[in-house]
Write a protein that binds this ligand. Structure first.
Ligand SMILES: [Zn+2]
Ligand SMILES: [Zn+2]
Length: 282
C-alpha cells in the first residue's frame, strides 16, 4: 500500500458505451501505469439517463460507485473506474447552467477510493419549446449543433423522443414530427448530454480524469496511501480590524482514508477583509 506505483500494471475496469475511455484512459494510465479495460455492451442507462426515462439510483457519487463496482464484477478486476455527470442550474444563480463531472477510482486491494471532479459553467446544457423552425434553428446554432447532438420531443409528450440528432436534415424532420404530435404545436428541443454526443461534456470529463490523476498522486505523509486530500475547511479567520472570527476559511484539513492522519494547511493569510466581518460590516 505504501508503494508509490500501487496501480502499476493493474487492470482498471470501466463501463461505457459512449467512448469515455478516450479521455479517461490517457490521463489515468499515464499517471499510474494501470491499464483501463472497457466493457461497452452493458446498458449503463440502467443507472439513469439525462432524458429521465430512468431515474438515477442514488446520489451522483453513489451512482459512480455502483457503475465502478459493476465494471469490476463484469471484467473480474479489483480496480474500477467510473464517470458520472450532472447538469442543472448553478447552485447560486438559476440563470447559469452548471455541469459537475465525477471520475471515481475504486481500489478493492487497498480498500481506497479516490474521486476527481470538474464543476463549472462550461456546458451547452439547455432546452427550448419551439413552435417555429427559426426558433429551433437559433437554439441549435447556439448549442453548437451539429457538432453537439440534439434531442427532440413533442412538447406535451416528453416520454417520446428522438435522440442523437446530428444533421440539419434529421433535426428538421424531428422538429416537424414533434410539433405535429404535440397538443400545443411545439417541439421540445434539448441538448444531448451523452458524452459521445457532446464534445464540451467530453472535455469536462477529461478535466475530472486529470483531477483524479492529481489526487491519486497526493500521498499520505505518514503511510503513503494515495488520495490524500482536503476533506473539510476550518472557518473563523480573524477580522483585520477587530480580530473577531469571521466565516472566512482559516485552514484546510486533509485526512488520509487509510490511516486517519490529518494535516491542517493555513489559508495563507492571517486576517480576513473586514467586509466579511459581521461586527465591523453588518
Ligand atoms: Zn471586524
Ligand atoms: Zn495515511
Amino acid at each position: 500500500m505504501g508503494d508509490d506505483r500501487v496501480l502499476q500494471g493493474r487492470r482498471a475496469a470501466l463501463l461505457t458505451k459512449h467512448g469515455k475511455e478516450r479521455v479517461i484512459a490517457p490521463a489515468l494510465e499515464k499517471a499510474t501505469g494501470c491499464r483501463v479495460v472497457v466493457h461497452s455492451s452493458y446498458d449503463t442507462d440502467l443507472y439513469g439517463t439525462f432524458t429521465l426515462e430512468t431515474a438515477r439510483p442514488g446520489s451522483q457519487l453513489e451512482t459512480a460507485r455502483l457503475k465502478a463496482k459493476k465494471a469490476m464484477e463484469l471484467l473480474d478486476t479489483d480496480l474500477g473506474v467510473a464517470s458520472e455527470g450532472s447538469f442543472g442550474p448553478h447552485p447560486g444563480n438559476p440563470f447559469i447552467p452548471w455541469n459537475r463531472e465525477l471520475v471515481l477510482l475504486i481500489d478493492d486491494a487497498s480498500r481506497l477510493e479516490v474521486c476527481g471532479e470538474y464543476a463549472g459553467p462550461e456546458t451547452n446544457y439547455g432546452q427550448l419549446a419551439a413552435g417555429d423552425w427559426e426558433e429551433a434553428e437559433a437554439f441549435a446554432e447556439k448549442a453548437g449543433f451539429p457538432g453537439h447532438f440534439l434531442i427532440v420531443s413533442p412538447h406535451t409528450e416528453k416520454a417520446a423522443f428522438v435522440k442523437g440528432i446530428s444533421s440539419w436534415e434529421k433535426l428538421r424532420e424531428a422538429f416537424l414530427w414533434g410539433t405535429a404530435r404535440s397538443a400545443d404545436g411545439c417541439a421540445l428541443v434539448q441538448t444531448d448530454m451523452r458524452a459521445h454526443a457532446n464534445p464540451t461534456r467530453m472535455a469536462n470529463i477529461k478535466r475530472a480524469a486529470e483531477d483524479l490523476a492529481r489526487r491519486i498522486a497526493q500521498k499520505c505523509p505518514q503511510c503513503r496511501a494515495m488520495g490524500f486530500a482536503v476533506v473539510s475547511c476550518q472557518r473563523g479567520l480573524p477580522c483585520a480590524w477587530c480580530g473577531l472570527p469571521t466565516h472566512e476559511v482559516k485552514a484546510k484539513v486533509s485526512t488520509c482514508q487509510n490511516c486517519g492522519f490529518t494535516r491542517e494547511t493555513p489559508a495563507g493569510r492571517e486576517h480576513a477583509d473586514p467586509a466579511w466581518c459581521s461586527f465591523c460590516n453588518p
